[in-house]
Design a protein around this ligand. Structure first.
Ligand SMILES: [Zn+2]
Length: 598
């Protein structure tokens, strides 16, 4: 008897589900899902079967022939939730659990109509990564377990449901005023890729296998922003092999979605902050699409190997950016990533075990461990392997890696064995030990440079000495270049410099949130009052954690902005996703007692 995953009660000696059948009614008034989950087992089984659960109200458990299955719910554990132990009668092939979710289920965010773009209907969306699927469905909630699924979801008739699955029809009923949507996911997925959203949704076709869903007020902008998706999928197939999920659809969520995107298979979830109006932020979509290979096809065995998902995906994303837009664009993306990596390293401290790629997370909430490290240190490690092996050999290796491990979940150590088998000597040549098992960024980290990047960084370094970019220079910058320039400016400027920057680069009115938030962060750190109304507006409207952390942190520098931060958080908190609320509160708690920066 052995636990498989530090974040799950699943036991290696116990039965495994191979299929999930869900039948759920969405109750917006009670903020609950109510229904049945049937787990079809890989073979006839008997005895204990441990599932993960959090806040679930389990009312009955039966086998497929109606025999009651005894069950007991263990005590609540802060990180894991509750163990739900079923005692299966001999020969059990399927268990059916009737249950209700809790209104506080961390996987589910229930939005009031005023939190949506349309303002007339409520909205529901799920976010199961890292370990929240257990608050949506009783399941062994570890990526080591994969299952296909079918679902029927009943929603109020004005609304539509989408899932990380193929649509299998919808019809009026079963009750008056309701509509039911069916889904089928034939490919086996880990539990964290279960996903559901319900709202007033419309869709637009983008290509032969892609469609975008959004609220009616947003759908046209979304269709325009992501119109080129088929080109990206086709290019990705050339690099990484066939796209194995049939369709690539996307859903643009209301602004409180805590992430940039979530790679739910067949239905990537996206923040509306990507709708910049100039297609300049599609790199997030490229990232989520790349997960169709790295992450969704070859999956980390548990959160201690999260870098296998994210490091490979960031590497694949930049490889795709290079193929689509050239090396200069990829170098800028690496530079923007370096900035994020340095912020995370600074937040944890260079010697923190959370800056190792292969982490130890027993007793640690994976949401607390989340940072840019698995993404940016991970992708640099993959790029280093690529350089050591040579690009042609490494491209071949990647295709073999994905063919060998497709639809499985693996550990760092399994990856290393495969690396040594296919590219003998490469691991030793790059020194995998410090990269995987030691904190900080190793000395031999690959450097990404270009003349354009060097010139921007040099120009930004001269800003403090009074040298401003010319109007001609500024006009020549694309959004990534503007962002790199801003990221390399001092974090605190005097009001005249702030006013000059804002006017010369038209920053406060930007629709590109990467640039806007970088600017507002400088403005907050500089106590530059004219930017405050826009800062407040962004913090109250947008729940993307990537933006909340730097903005609240910068507001902490001065007593006046610190007070503003507390005031804004009080107003915004009820609208935030629980994850976003936690990030914002943790930033504010940290600076409450520290004196003002001089
Ligand atoms: Zn990712």
């Amino acid at each position: 008897m052995a636990r498989l995953d530090p974040h799950s009660y699943a036991d290696s000696d116990q039965p495994r589900p191979r299929q999930l059948r869900l039948s759920l009614a969405v109750d917006f008034e009670r903020r609950q899902l109510d229904g049945e989950a049937a787990l079809v087992l890989a073979g006839p089984a008997a005895g204990p079967f441990d599932l993960d659960s959090r806040g679930l109200d389990v009312r009955s458990v039966l086998t497929s022939d109606g025999t009651p299955v005894p069950f007991e719910l263990g005590p609540e554990e802060p990180v894991l939730g509750q163990r739900l132990r079923l005692l299966l009668p001999a020969g059990t092939r399927e268990v059916r659990l009737r249950y209700r979710t809790s209104p506080e289920a961390p996987a589910l965010q229930w939005l009031d109509p005023q939190q949506t773009a349309g303002g007339r209907h409520p909205f529901l969306f799920s976010q199961c990564q890292a370990i929240h699927a257990r608050s949506l469905v009783p399941i062994p909630d570890t990526p080591r377990v994969r299952f296909s699924y079918e679902a029927e979801v009943v929603v109020p008739e004005a609304l539509a449901a989408v899932m990380s699955a193929g649509p299998a029809g919808d019809r009026a009923g079963p009750r008056t005023g309701t509509r039911s949507f069916r889904f089928r996911m034939p490919q086996p997925i880990p539990p964290y890729l279960l996903a559901l959203a319900v709202g007033q949704l419309e869709s637009r076709d983008l290509g032969p296998r892609s469609r975008v869903w959004a609220e009616p007020q947003t759908v046209e902008a979304a269709a325009w922003e992501f119109a080129d998706i088929e080109k990206v999928i086709a290019r990705a197939e050339q690099l990484f092999g066939p796209y194995d999920w049939e369709r690539y659809d996307m859903l643009v969520l209301p602004p409180s979605f805590p992430y940039g995107g979530m790679e739910n298979p067949r239905m990537t979830f996206l923040t509306p902050t990507l709708l910049a109006g100039d297609r300049s932020l599609v790199d997030v979509v490229v990232h989520e699409l790349a997960h169709s290979w790295t992450g969704n096809l070859v999956t980390n065995a548990d959160m201690e190997h999260f870098w296998l998902n994210e490091g490979f995906t960031v590497w694949a994303e930049r490889r795709l950016l290079e193929a689509l837009h050239g090396e200069e664009e990829a170098v800028l993306a690496w530079a923007i990533g370096q900035n994020a990596l340095e912020e995370s390293m600074e937040r944890f401290g260079n010697d923190s075990p959370l800056t190792c790629l292969r982490t130890r997370l027993q007793g640690v909430d994976p949401d607390e461990a989340f940072s840019s490290v698995p993404y940016e240190k991970g992708s640099r490690f993959v790029a280093l392997l690529e350089r050591a092996a040579g690009r042609v050999r490494f491209d071949g290796f990647m295709r073999e890696y994905m063919a060998r491990f497709r639809f499985t979940s693996i550990t760092t150590e399994e990856f290393l064995r495969f690396l040594e088998e296919r590219l003998p000597g490469v691991a030793e040549a790059v020194g995998v030990g410090p990269w995987l098992y030691e904190p900080g960024l190793p000395e031999n980290a690959p450097v990404f440079r270009s003349a354009r990047l060097d010139a921007l960084v040099a120009l930004a370094s001269r800003f403090a000495g009074g040298e401003h970019p010319t109007a001609v220079q500024i006009r020549g910058w694309n959004p990534a270049e503007t962002l790199v320039y801003l990221q390399n400016l001092p974090r605190e400027l005097d009001p005249a410099d702030c006013a000059w920057l804002d006017a010369a680069l038209a920053l406060t009115g930007r629709g590109n949130y990467e640039i806007l938030v970088e600017w507002l962060t400088i403005a907050a750190g500089s106590d530059y009052e004219p930017a405050f109304p826009r800062t407040r507006e962004v913090l109250v409207r947008v729940g993307r954690m990537k933006y909340l952390r730097p903005l609240y942190t910068a507001l902490g520098r001065h007593p006046r902005t610190r007070a503003l931060a507390r005031e804004v958080l009080a107003e915004a908190a009820p609208r935030y996703h629980p994850l976003s609320r936690r990030v914002a509160a943790s930033v504010i708690e940290k600076y409450t007692d520290t004196p003002a920066a001089p």
